[in-house]
Design a protein around this ligand. Structure first.
Ligand SMILES: [Zn+2]
Length: 359
């Protein structure tokens, strides 16, 4: 098999918003003791050969015998340096932070995606129980810091499971994040994805309704003008059947009022701004900035609609709403906790990812 085949599958998954949005998700394959894994900051949908980094699997193994700092920032720094050292000669790109996980899974191919349907399960109150009920031999990983900590936990669970059952997990669900599938071929992985999505879909009691709705154009124009003054990026507006439900009052909005996954934080901000009907948008915006040290990227005005500062936050907000609706079939939504949201907001890896994607 070849890198060419991996490229084709990566582009196909990457261009389908049902699987992944913007810079999310990554893929890999192994040839002998070489790992080809996606570089950070490349979008799967348009990825070319230069979007993959070649790494030495034997050197990557040695990472597990090392001691790293207890401090988050120092540890991530040390691990990144070691990962850069694991690249084959001549490689200049920075490997995906999930490269460690790709290296661990003993399959020639690994495809990691963030499908909204799957996250309807991983971001649900009954996510873990539902995964075990629907996908017997799958690994569920609770909310843990991504990168080294996550990979290390998966590594321990793989060893434990193999000792107990002689089997290797090929299907891994990560709470508030997404899914990893390993396989002997890309065709096999494709079948697993179809089965997983079909199984979840069959459980749904309701799907989001994104039929477009009109809105009071004068009011929309006024809010647009206010928001346009805050940034250079174009302000977009949308209203849909589902948005209308959410924007009825604060309690209906609560279901989409925080972050489900790191992608949402990186591209749409750690939470949307809510503005009461009739309240001053400018005042609410400035207060958000003062309170949180960052600007909102999504502004939700009660009984009017959703404003996006720039093009990127909007699809992620649609994703938030979709995940929230899907999660209703599994006990209701569960956001990342505050500590994890703060970790991601300050994580150098995600700052790098959002910089590369905007430049
Ligand atoms: Zn991911």
């Amino acid at each position: 098999m070849s890198l060419q085949e991996l490229l084709e599958h990566s582009r196909r998954y990457g261009s389908d918003p049902a699987f992944v949005l913007l810079g999310g998700g990554n893929t890999s394959y192994k040839e002998g003791r070489t790992l080809f894994v996606k570089a950070s900051g490349h979008a799967l949908g348009t990825i070319g050969k230069e979007g993959f980094v070649r790494m030495d699997l034997d050197l990557l193994d040695q990472i597990w015998h090392k001691q790293y700092s207890q401090d988050d920032e120092e540890r991530e720094d040390e691990v990144l340096k070691d990962m850069m050292f694991c690249r084959l000669e001549g490689e200049t790109a920075r490997p995906s932070v999930e490269a460690l996980l790709h290296a661990l899974l003993p399959f020639p191919y690994v495809v990691h995606l963030h499908p909204a349907l799957v996250n309807g399960l991983t971001c649900a109150q009954e996510g873990e129980a539902s995964v075990h009920r629907l996908f017997g031999d799958a690994l569920w990983v609770e909310l843990v810091k991504p990168g080294f900590i996550l990979a290390n936990i998966v590594r321990e669970r793989l060893v434990e499971h193999q000792a107990k059952t002689g089997k290797v997990y090929s299907l891994i669900f990560l709470q508030n994040h997404g899914i990893f599938v390993g396989g002997q071929s890309l065709g096999e992985i494709e079948q697993v994805y179809a089965k997983v999505l079909g199984t979840i879909e069959a459980q749904l009691v309701r799907k989001p309704d994104f039929t477009d709705l009109g809105a009071d154009e004068v009011k929309v124009g006024q809010v647009m003008d206010v928001l346009q003054a805050f940034g250079k990026e174009k302000v977009l507006f949308r209203n849909t059947v589902e948005f209308k439900r959410i924007l009825a009052d604060r309690s209906s909005f609560a279901k989409v009022s925080s972050s489900f996954t790191p992608d949402h934080i990186v591209y749409a901000g750690f939470k949307p701004l809510w503005v009461d009907e009739g309240a001053e948008v400018k005042k609410a915006f400035v207060q958000f900035e003062r309170e949180h040290g960052s600007s909102p990227k999504i502004v939700c005005v009660q009984n009017l609609g959703v404003f996006s500062l720039g093009e990127k936050p909007l699809p992620l907000f649609f994703d938030t709403v979709a995940i929230s609706v899907y999660s209703e079939s599994f006990g209701g939504p569960r956001f990342m906790d505050e500590a994890m949201i703060n970790f991601i907001r300050n994580w150098e890896v995600e700052k790098y990812r959002s910089q590369v994607s905007t430049s």
